[in-house]
Design a protein around this ligand. Structure first.
Ligand code: RIB
Length: 306
């Protein structure tokens, strides 16, 4: 694959990961078995995912001038990411994510902190950097005004954009109309479109309406079922390989990173979705969002097994 040039604009968090046998019920106190403090954040995870897959990656975002911020920047540098566009801000804490992790799944509460100060102005100051990207990758853990500005700049320069609309929030038609590829999971797509889909036929109809309205490609991630997109109007679902799951945190981030790398390298949508699913399936076999991001060699080897 050609070495892609990817710009990621998004969040950098310190993840406080608490492991327990099960999720607590509302109002209940339970005992956990472990706590880990590890760098995360959807933006940073996706940047590291792209870098492990061989891309040149520049990250635009913000951390606080504190110990968590320093640890996060070190981790990004160790993964070969260009970090000089990450603002280190006084007087505001680095973003955190408290993650309840069980064998089956996870629940996350984020406190944005410095991510909330990744402003449209910071993005505008990096217009030239965005102009040089093969793909601009975005999520929703920074202000929507920032995401909108980034999308406007990318559209003005004809740069392909991928928006991972996570965590789910209402989005304006203006913002959605600037996105080239949207990658919600099933729940996020239901929230965005305001409809529930109980069959593949209903999902296909919902996706067709959406793509016609916003003139964009939808790729819906569906957990262990794989991922679906429309191929000449027909629902094409690419199955996920069966793996031993250790930690699902960051699987969506890995999917988005791999999708961008593959598309930026000139692969077809079918190849890109297949590549992304295999990457994401590898990511869940290790603990931690960033430690689980596979290398290009690991994904290619996995692909030869299927
Ligand atoms: O997608 C996983 C990420 O979501 C975690 O790393 C956490 O920081 C939250 O942003």
């Amino acid at each position: 694959m050609k070495q892609p040039n990817i710009v990621v604009i998004g969040s950098l968090n310190m993840d406080l990961v608490v492991t327990s046998d099960r999720m607590p019920r509302v109002g209940e106190t339970i005992e956990g078995s472990d706590i880990h403090y590890i760098p995360g954040g959807k933006g940073a995870n996706q940047a590291i995912g792209c870098s492990r897959l061989g891309a040149n990656v520049t990250m635009i975002g913000s951390v606080g001038k504190d110990a968590f911020g320093e640890q996060i920047i070190r981790q990004m540098n160790n993964n070969g990411i260009v970090t000089d566009r990450i603002a280190q801000l006084n007087g505001v804490p680095t973003g955190t994510a408290t993650i309840l992790h069980t064998a089956e799944d996870n629940c996350i509460v984020i406190v944005p902190g410095a991510n909330g100060r990744t402003t449209a102005e910071l993005v505008a100051a990096n217009e030239e950097m965005i102009r040089q990207a093969d793909v601009l990758l975005l999520q929703l853990e920074v202000p929507l005004s920032t995401v909108l500005e980034a999308l406007r700049i990318a559209r003005a320069h004809g740069i392909r954009t991928v928006l991972n609309p996570a965590p789910a929030k209402p989005l304006s038609d203006e913002l959605l109309g600037l996105v080239d590829i949207l990658t919600p999971n099933e729940t996020e797509f239901e929230a965005l479109s305001g409809q529930a889909y109980s069959t593949d036929e209903e999902l296909t109809a919902g996706m067709k309406d959406w793509e016609a309205r916003f003139r964009q490609t939808l790729i819906i991630t569906r957990g262990d079922k794989g991922s679906s997109y429309l191929n000449n109007g027909e629902l094409r679902t690419i199955a996920a390989p069966t793996v031993r799951v250790v930690d699902t945190t960051g699987a969506g981030d890995c999917f988005n990173a791999a999708l961008c790398c593959s598309l930026a390298a000139g692969q077809s949508m079918d190849e890109a979705v297949r590549f992304a699913i295999h990457a994401a399936s590898l990511s869940v076999t290790k603990f931690g969002a960033q430690d689980g991001m596979p290398t290009l060699a690991e994904v290619n080897e996995k692909l030869t097994q299927y």
